[in-house]
Design a binder for this molecule. Structure first.
Ligand SMILES: NC(=O)c1ccc[n+]([C@@H]2O[C@H](COP(=O)([O-])OP(=O)(O)OC[C@H]3O[C@@H](n4cnc5c(N)ncnc54)[C@H](O)[C@@H]3O)[C@@H](O)[C@H]2O)c1
Length: 373
């Protein structure tokens, strides 16, 4: 198969869908890899490294989209890319279709086959979402610590404390992938960490594996409220799959927090677990409400592009290899995990949640695949 890797064009997106090592693995498997010139630059991966891995460097995005039978990306296709997609072409990327009607209809009408990283499911897990949650969780503490610094508008608390000075307090709402990764980093810095969750099994597991400066607490409104006056950094990491994030911290709660305390609401992409949260960008990551600094960047991993690109390719490469070997029809018919990734096939929406989001008809992926050549 001819596999194309364009440069990402969304503002402040520095990741790329494939590392040079990934390009080598694909060429070794007999595929032809086309990489747009400069596609890896934002992740510190120069064209020469891709060429050394057997990829051909293509100058323009237009030519790459025309020649490639499968396009690998990171972010959802932007309007100009939707126009480039053509019938029978396979697109493998994060789409988040349910959030964007225009994108859904544009790609349905393009006749391309859209396989989404975010819905690929194995044993109830979403393995292509996990690495980005790991990055965001780890980064949440790094960014929180930065914005606690006085010059950035923070209260001037050093999370580790000092000999003779108490460490900072970190409150984490949600002990899933983001919350666990945040807790590891905050605990490693020496902060006092509390994780709240409603899943008792999860809390049991965390209690066993976390160091002594991490406490687990069952999540209730009262449990959150009574801790806010001691919280220097609050991290929002709650997820209820398929639903809007519950608003666990309301505006009236903010006055309980010390001025300059910081909220990093990682769950902003699902609406956020803090009422006053609204999406921000890396250009202007924070805003202040009632004296509390809010960091609500919706694509946190884009800022640590190099690490994120490695993390993403580690997770996607086995599936890219499988999809390229099978092609879209056999992938849907014979591979249950790739079938869960199929969101649109040749003009038909094949993921029930995407169809439901816009009140459109859904076709079973197997049926849509049966009609493919
Ligand atoms: N901003 C970004 O750049 C970025 C990057 C990656 C992930 N995310 C988002 O971060 C969020 C968390 O992702 P994840 O991978 O950790 O999800 P996850 O499913 O692994 O964890 C979510 C946890 O929230 C818990 N939870 C549910 N209701 C709760 C409540 N009322 N109180 C406390 N905990 C509760 C669940 O039991 C679960 O353990 C998601 O919204 C995800 O989309 C954002």
């Amino acid at each position: 198969m001819i596999i194309g890797v364009p440069q990402e064009i969304k503002t402040h997106e520095y990741r790329v869908a494939l590392t040079p090592w990934g390009a080598r693995a694909l060429t070794r498997a007999g595929h032809k890899v086309l990489v747009q010139a400069g596609a890896g630059a934002g992740s510190g991966m120069p064209d020469e490294d891709y060429a050394a891995g057997g990829a051909a460097i293509v100058t323009g995005a237009e030519e790459l989209w025309q020649r490639a039978e499968m396009i690998l990306k990171v972010k959802e296709p932007q309007p100009v890319e939707v126009q480039r997609a053509r019938p029978g072409q396979v697109l493998f990327t994060y789409f988040h279709f349910a959030a964007d009607r225009e994108l859904t209809l544009g790609l349905r009408d393009s006749g391309a086959h859209c396989f989404a990283y975010e819905t690929l499911e194995v044993d109830g897990h979403l393995p292509l979402l996990t690495p980005m949650s790991e990055v965001a969780g780890r980064m949440a503490v790094q960014e929180g610590a930065r914005f606690l610094e006085r010059p950035f508008g923070g209260s001037g608390v050093l999370l580790s404390g000092l000999p003779g000075v108490e460490p900072g307090q970190v409150l984490i709402l949600g002990g899933g992938t983001v919350g666990t990764n945040a807790a590891w980093i905050a605990a490693g810095m020496g902060a006092r960490v509390t994780i709240l969750d409603i899943d008792l099994e999860r809390l049991r597991h965390l209690e066993e594996v976390m160091p002594d400066n991490v406490t687990t607490v069952y999540s209730t409104e009262e449990a959150i409220e009574e801790r806010l006056d001691r919280t220097d950094l609050l991290i929002g990491a709650v997820l209820i799959p398929g639903a809007r994030t519950p608003r666990l911290v309301r505006r009236e709660h903010l006055s309980r927090m010390r001025p300059g305390s910081v909220i990093v609401d990682v769950a902003v992409d699902q609406g956020g677990c803090v009422e006053t949260c609204r999406p921000t960008t890396h250009e202007e990551p924070t805003f202040v409400v009632d004296g509390v600094v809010h960091y609500c960047v919706a694509n946190m991993p884009g800022a640590v592009a190099r690490t994120s690109t490695f993390g993403l390719t580690n997770a996607t490469l086995p599936w890219i290899l499988r999809l390229a070997a099978l092609g879209p029809k056999r992938a849907v018919e014979g591979d249950p995990a790739l079938r869960t990734a199929a969101n649109i096939l040749g003009g038909h929406i094949t993921h029930p949640a995407v169809a439901a989001a816009f009140d459109l008809p859904a076709e079973a992926p197997e049926e849509a695949a049966a009609a493919l050549a």
